[in-house]
Design a protein around this ligand. Structure first.
Ligand SMILES: Nc1ncnc2c1ncn2[C@@H]1O[C@H](COP(=O)(O)OP(=O)(O)OP(=O)(O)O)[C@@H](O)[C@H]1O
Length: 457
């Protein structure tokens, strides 16, 4: 968003005359200006609208603008705050800066001084937003998450559908096994939607505590529960104008499901401990690798919520159904990892190419990426061999057989080799080591020890 093209200012001053003159001065320059006379009015205005600049009087009758400053910053961290006061002292100016103001305007001021200060503040807002955008882009580039070329009919059908759905405001449900790229797809959809200029807020539902789930999502009022020391906005409000991604939506508590259903129906919600109805313009994208129909049958997931989320469903195919994409993906991950890890000389050996093709990749894209990165780190010479990838080499005698029969239960392998292989595969598939430890049924320290013992990265 370009703050200069369409910008808005909140004027917080208890003197109606000052509000009026600032409004006239800035409106003449093309700003949308809202004037309020108290700190409370300011906080309310910031709840409902978005402002590029806040002109804040430090003496607001019985209120103190200085005390309200941190709350204002919290509500809109990317707005530039200029404090104004008739009682300008150096100390208050410093204090205001410490609490998040970008500039200081002593009363009385001329329209020229106001314009000058606001223009500078807008420049700082613009810069801050550019930096934030660049950080997101860097993060995406560094994450190696933009391989959307495909030769597989099933994946290309999903991409087409996703691209069409992105342009609408309909909720989207992403389904697919772990590691098939649901998180990455959610961002891809956001960047192609009309909401790309707004925020992308991601919530991993299983990581939310049951007690704080509603407040994290919908916010709470001060005093709503022990520990609620101040009002808090939730993820829904943070996502205003953008997209809220609910990962593993099947983990939502029954009460959070009711709240989400209402929000999907009419875009309204209430904060925990508050009866005021709020509205937010947010697109919901949800993901699950569970069978939600079964969850409905067992009473863990609301059927009406599933219907509401299910308007557009995209099921991301597992790697075994898009084997034609393995060569392209492995080349892609290799090229990126070579640059990032400073090993430009590396290439796959013929045996590695065969092993990559033959491996079933049950952990999907995540497993492929982990295997290739592991190899780029571990490979001692310029050729990457199957053992660097941590996958078995398909032997001639094994041709036609599933490549992992070599480590199958009951084959001619030691228990140790079996354990090593199993741990390596679970780690490759799991999003985190904690996750891998949970799958293996051991604690993180034991996993750490075993990784060291078997030389697994
Ligand atoms: N389009 C893509 N291009 C390149 N890499 C991808 C792509 N999609 C996914 N990946 C890789 O696979 C990894 C897993 O992707 P992602 O987290 O989106 O999967 P998921 O289906 O959400 O998994 P889970 O259900 O376990 O959360 C990513 O970190 C990334 O490395």
């Amino acid at each position: 968003m370009d703050p200069i093209a369409s910008w808005s200012v909140l004027v917080v001053d208890d003197d109606p005359g000052v509000r009026q003159s600032l409004r006239l001065c800035l409106a003449a320059d093309g700003a949308r200006v809202l004037g309020v006379g108290s700190a409370r009015g300011a906080l309310e205005a910031l709840e409902h609208g978005h402002f590029d600049v806040v002109l804040l009087d430090l003496w607001l009758g019985s209120d103190s603008g200085l005390e309200a400053l941190p709350d204002i910053v919290r509500r809109q961290p990317d707005a530039a705050i200029i404090v104004i006061t008739a009682f300008a002292t150096f100390e208050t100016a410093v204090e205001a800066m410490k609490r998040g103001a970008v500039d200081y305007l002593p009363k009385p001021f001329t329209p020229e001084q106001v314009r000058h200060a606001v223009a500078r503040a807008l420049e700082s807002v613009r810069l801050k937003r550019r930096l934030a955008e660049a950080e997101v882009r860097l993060e995406l580039a560094g994450a190696d998450d933009d391989f959307f070329e495909t030769e597989s009919p099933s994946a290309s059908a999903i991409l087409k559908l996703a691209s069409r759905a992105a342009k609408t405001n309909a909720p989207i449900l992403l389904r697919g096994e772990s590691g098939t790229g649901k998180n990455v797809m959610a961002r891809w959809i956001w960047t192609r939607s009309q909401r790309a200029g707004g925020p992308f807020i991601s919530v991993n539902c299983p990581s939310l505590s049951k007690e704080l789930m509603n407040s994290t999502l919908f916010g709470h009022r001060k005093g709503a529960f022990t520990g609620a020391i101040s009002d808090a906005r939730g993820k829904v409000q943070e996502a205003e104008g953008g997209t809220l991604f609910l990962d593993e939506v099947g983990d939502l508590s029954p009460e959070a499901q009711v709240r989400l259903l209402r929000f999907l129906n009419d875009q309204t919600y209430e904060r925990v401990g508050e009866s005021k109805e709020r509205r937010a313009d947010v697109r919901i994208v949800a993901a699950t690798n569970r069978d939600l129909e079964t969850e409905v049958q067992t009473g863990r997931f609301r059927e009406d919520l599933l219907f509401r989320l299910n308007v557009v469903t995209l099921t991301l195919p597992p790697m075994r159904e898009r084997r034609e994409d393995v060569p392209g993906l492995t080349r892609y991950y290799l090229e990126r990892a070579k640059i990032r890890l400073h090993r430009p000389e590396l290439a796959f050996s013929d045996a590695a190419v065969r092993a990559l093709r033959a491996h079933p990749w049950p952990g999907n894209l995540r497993e492929i990426r982990n295997a290739v990165e592991r190899a780029v780190i571990l490979s001692p010479g310029p050729r990457i061999e199957p053992e660097d990838l941590g996958i078995p080499e398909p032997s001639d005698t094994a041709e036609g057989r599933s490549p992992d029969t070599e480590v199958a239960l009951g084959a001619d392998v030691s228990l140790e080799a079996l354990e090593r292989e199993h741990i390596a595969r679970v780690i490759a598939r799991a999003p985190t080591l904690e996750n891998a430890a949970r799958t293996l049924g051991i604690d993180a320290t034991t996993l750490q020890r075993k990784r060291k013992r078997y030389g697994l990265t």
